[in-house]
Design a protein around this ligand. Sequence first.
Ligand SMILES: Nc1ncnc2c1ncn2[C@@H]1O[C@H](COP(=O)(O)OP(=O)(O)OP(=O)(O)O)[C@@H](O)[C@H]1O
Ligand SMILES: [Mg+2]
Length: 390
Amino acid sequence: MTDTTDILSINNVYKVFGEQPDTAMQMLQNGAHKDEIFEKTGQTVGVFDASFSVKKGEIFVIMGLSGSGKSTMVRLLNRLIEPTSGSIKLNGKDITALGDADLLDVRRHEMSMVFQSFALMPHMSVIDNAAFGLEISGVEKKERHKRAQAALDQVGLGEHGDSYPHQLSGGMQQRVGLARALANDPTILLMDEAFSALDPLIRHEMQGELIRLQKEQSRTIVFISHDLDEAIRIGDRIAIMEGGQVVQIGTPEEIMRNPANEYVETFFKGVDVSKILKAGDIACQQSACKIQLNGSVHPFDAGGNQFAYLVDDKESLLGVVPLESIDNQASADTLLAQQLDQHASVYSDDMISDVVKTVAHSDYPVPVIERNGTFCGVISKDLMLKTLSH
Ligand SMILES: Nc1ncnc2c1ncn2[C@@H]1O[C@H](COP(=O)(O)OP(=O)(O)OP(=O)(O)O)[C@@H](O)[C@H]1O
Ligand SMILES: [Mg+2]
């Protein structure tokens, strides 16, 4: 679960590649475009005025076309690339001001990176590969093997410690890369296209694995991808980069509903909305007749609805009542007696794609409830159709 604490904050960060960053910075301040700067000075603007923050426990995805600055951005976070200007704070500590020793410490303990290429040592066993980061940090052998074994267990490779990389499939090798990062128990995992080289099935499996790790261990993960499906599936929030700039940040749903510009819109064109929206996102868009049974029931307003939804004094859903034979003065007992024997319901965090069938087969708008039973609204067939044809 994410909380609202910002763990990493990036403020007005710039990166200019080349010998004369000052000239390029000056031109940027005067409104020049990165292409113009490159033509006139040969300097490449990698990242331009990036500001955002990452919350504790979230998967924050950075997405954009090739060359938009994603890798540069993530490498700036742990200063594998030095920013030309701006500040990067981890738990309030300014990373940009750290000396070499402290910076090394941050890379070892606070921000571990997983790359696209597996970068395993061929002559080292799987467990030694997983323990490699710890070895560099000077952790003694027994302890580092213990931690590496725990990390291998976490990624489902607990039995393969004695194997060598060439004996593993690509997906398994990437898990070793992930285990190596996890063995450091970092505050933040940085993952640059970490799953892009995997075939689709294994990739899907690894995405699931990552979501599980995040949920179970509240990992904070900054994940780079140029794949929208991947970004939507794993991202709590997505930052979209275009030409070195962060042009929009939001949940997949927020971005889809309100794309900041044409570039973002193009990205999201053709996206299956049923895989972005959750039942709770649309339930509130429909009026429903909710009747609270707290002792005496006051006359209720059916509002043209054919069904009413009974809730208790804590707003928990009790049942669904057809209204045709009930007048609006009915007592609580009458309402309870007339409710359907059984009713379907879906959870507010269910994906629309997973509730389509339930809604299609239901004779009444399907009630949507929170995991704790609280009634949030309903989804009718009509609303479902409108949503899917959006
Ligand atoms: N070391 C470097 N020297 C000069 N220019 C660089 C360097 N690294 C990156 N760039 C430039 O900075 C821009 C952003 O590159 P970056 O690698 O961050 O893009 P990306 O979004 O990660 O792309 P991809 O999806 O292809 O990995 C590009 O124009 C690239 O050519
Ligand atoms: Mg890249």
